[in-house]
Design a protein around this ligand. Structure first.
Ligand code: SF4
Ligand code: SF4
Ligand code: SF4
Length: 164
């Protein structure tokens, strides 16, 4: 199914604050939030293990969150391997997380400026730009392809991309 990435973002925006507060972006293969925060000791071993340095500790000894501002998840699994308390549990059958990309109103194409930076950096080919009458093509997310890896976030010149 193809979903206009900007429309997806708008829907997410209206429910987004509650969603964000209820469920911070945790590292891949995190247990459900209640169990994750119960088991996570805030040891930081997943932060050290991550080769792309995208796991942040919001505060010392607090459960980590994801930060895609300078990198993406390669799903290497090193964070889960490093997690001794078992807050991150990698099973081969489990998807690492349900996250998907979305874009907000600051997307340049929404402002009549040609831009395909997000699509250029997507390793999955999940962003398409169908021709549009009257303006530059808008990014459209192929939801079934998007892994939520975050590679499209940092290249966006206006910071329009979020992973939700
Ligand atoms: S799977 Fe690998 S790249 Fe992704 S957060 Fe864990 S350690 Fe980092
Ligand atoms: S390695 Fe596990 S217990 Fe330690 S901070 Fe990361 S998620 Fe929490
Ligand atoms: S999150 Fe990853 S897979 Fe999804 S659109 Fe962005 S770069 Fe592509």
């Amino acid at each position: 199914m193809s979903i206009p990435i900007v429309n997806l973002a708008r829907r997410a925006f209206f429910r987004g604050r509650a969603t964000d507060q209820a469920s911070p972006l945790r590292p891949p293969w995190a247990l459900v939030e209640h169990d994750f925060v119960a088991l996570c000791t805030g040891c930081g071993d997943c932060v050290t293990a991550c080769p792309t340095e995208i796991i942040d500790m919001a505060a010392p000894r607090r459960p980590p969150t994801m930060n895609f501002s300078h990198g993406e998840c390669t799903f290497c699994g090193q964070c889960a391997t490093a997690c001794r308390p078992g807050a991150l549990v990698r099973n081969s059958d489990d998807a690492p997380w349900p996250y998907k990309a979305s874009a907000g109103e600051s997307c340049l194409a929404r402002q009549q400026v040609e831009c395909r930076s997000c699509g250029d950096f997507c390793p999955e080919g999940a962003l398409r730009f169908p021709p549009r009458a009257g303006g530059p093509a808008l990014p459209v997310l192929l939801e079934e392809r998007c892994t939520g890896c975050g590679a499209c976030q940092a290249p966006c010149p206006t910071g329009a991309i979020r992973i939700l």
